[in-house]
Design a protein around this ligand. Structure first.
Ligand code: PEP
Ligand code: CO
Length: 466
């Protein structure tokens, strides 16, 4: 039997400062102006002494799974809130998100005919980069809300002052969330036949029932086939689930960096996978430097202005040893740009021999303002970017490795469209995001059923080629 590295190497210690503090010599974009450096120092010292949230062995296992994605043998489903909030940590909210992701993953696994690697955008997604440092309402200008990790959402001068004590709450809230994730996954909730029953309920109630029913029937047949040949779908509750967030606040991340005693590797102990955002991926900046010192599987967001040269230099800086699964490019081009902006990147990076995983974030290039002023996204635009992403990869013969989605398991009204058609007029009914608009539970399942069609087509081509 496989040995469990998480149990076999329990000891983690502080990371050597000379390895993890090198970022301090570089310009760090998007960092809050903490008003009291002494208070910040006291907090980071405390964080340096807390237990790690994740162990190295788990991160290594995710890296192996992502190596499968990079090779074209698995598909990544990464999803969760744009910004988690401290008050949003509840058993129901976390359970609903996990249920939604599991339902999506069941559909995608069948369609892709390959394993789906499930990674939450949760248990650490508390800090946000902003396009403007301030926000103005009715002539009043205050510091922008930078996520619960930094300041309060309320539009008052007091709430908007960055408070380092919040970093301790990030650790605590991440820990609480991760505890719920581990309990939920260990509790048999990922049982395939049960998850499929939930999908059956969704299909039965969907206005797009006619479109989805065939796929649901096929999954029924596959489960029956499995049972007929002695398999037990209820045993297929692969409890694997990983967590990820944007590694934005470097004081927090470096305070939570640990050294794994077994391997001697330095890793971010705040989550299994961290990514660098579109606004902080400067090659000479502090984020790229910090990420070059940790061994976790990492992602980098790439927007439509990314040059192939920049992508290649990111590969050299962040994955110099070409470790399979180490580097994932999360592209967020927008539905109108995806075809022309993505193709040259994939082509040149592939030609260089680098093996990265390519994931589509169809959210961040497709944000619009509703007539009501709400930040929103059209479901059809999101789907259109995923379609473009698949088209590019299919035409280049490369692997469309997965999707990265902002979603929630609750019935919010933040994005428009979807099977249960949410209109601009409906947005104010239940708009709860403190940052970007998320797909609600039904829209997320709509997306899974529709992306399944792209995956089925891709799988058919692969068989044709093979
Ligand atoms: C995000 O993922 O919430 C985000 C801010 O994305 P990006 O860095 O791609 O803009
Ligand atoms: Co966002």
């Amino acid at each position: 039997m496989e040995t469990l590295p998480t149990l076999a190497s329990p000891a983690t210690g502080p990371a050597p400062a000379d390895m993890t503090e090198s970022w301090r010599a570089r310009p760090a974009a998007q960092q809050p102006e903490w008003p009291d450096p002494v208070a910040l120092e006291a907090v980071t010292r405390q964080l340096a002494g807390v237990p790690p949230l994740v162990l190295w062995g788990e991160c290594a296992r995710l890296r192996d799974r992502l190596a499968d994605v990079a090779r074209g043998d698995a598909f990544l489903l990464q999803g969760g809130d744009c910004a988690e909030t401290f008050t949003g940590v509840s058993a129901d909210a976390v359970g609903n998100k996990l249920t939604t992701l599991l339902q999506m993953s069941a559909v995608l696994t069948y369609a892709a005919a390959m394993p789906v690697v499930r990674v939450g955008r949760l248990a650490g997604q508390y800090a946000k980069p902003r396009s403007r440092p301030t926000e103005t309402r009715d002539g009043v200008t205050l510091p922008a809300y930078r996520g619960d990790a930094v300041n309060g959402y309320a539009f008052t001068p007091e709430a908007r002052v960055p408070d380092p004590q919040r970093l301790l709450r990030v650790y605590q809230s991440s820990s609480n969330t991760l505890n719920l994730v581990r309990a939920f996954m260990a509790g048999g909730n990922a049982d395939l036949s049960q998850v499929h029953e939930w999908n059956r309920d969704f299909v039965a109630g969907s206005p797009l029932r006619g479109k989805y029913e065939r796929l649901a029937d096929h999954i029924d047949h596959a489960l029956d086939f499995m049972r007929a040949t002695g398999g037990r779908p209820e045993d297929f509750d692969s409890a694997e689930f990983f967590v990820s967030h944007e590694g934005l606040l470097l004081d927090y991340e470096s305070a939570l960096t640990r050294r794994d005693a077994g391997t001697g590797l330095t890793y971010a102990a705040s989550g299994h996978m961290l990514w660098i955002g579109e606004r902080t991926r400067d090659l000479d900046g502090a984020h790229v430097e910090y990420f070059s010192t940790i061994a976790n599987p990492i992602g980098v967001k790439l927007g439509p202005a990314t040059t192939a040269d920049a992508a290649l230099r990111l590969v050299d800086r962040l994955d110099p040893d070409r470790v399979p699964g180490r580097l994932t490019f999360i592209t967020r081009m927008g539905k109108d740009r995806v075809r022309d902006a993505l193709a040259p990147l994939v082509e040149k990076v592939t030609a260089s021999g680098a093996q990265v995983a390519w994931i589509c974030d169809p959210m961040h290039g497709n944000t619009i303002e509703a007539p009501s002023g709400h930040k929103t996204r059209r479901f059809d635009d999101v789907l259109e970017e995923v379609r473009g992403f698949f088209d590019v990869h299919n035409s280049l013969g490369t692997h469309p490795g997965g999707i990265h989605v902002e979603l929630t398991g609750d019935d919010v009204t933040e994005c428009v469209g979807g099977g249960h058609e949410i209109g601009f007029i409906d947005l104010s009914a239940r708009y709860e995001s403190t940052c970007d608009p998320r797909l609600n539970r039904r829209q997320s399942l709509d997306l899974a059923f529709l992306v399944a069609e792209f995956l089925t087509e891709t799988a058919r081509r692969r068989r044709g080629r093979g």
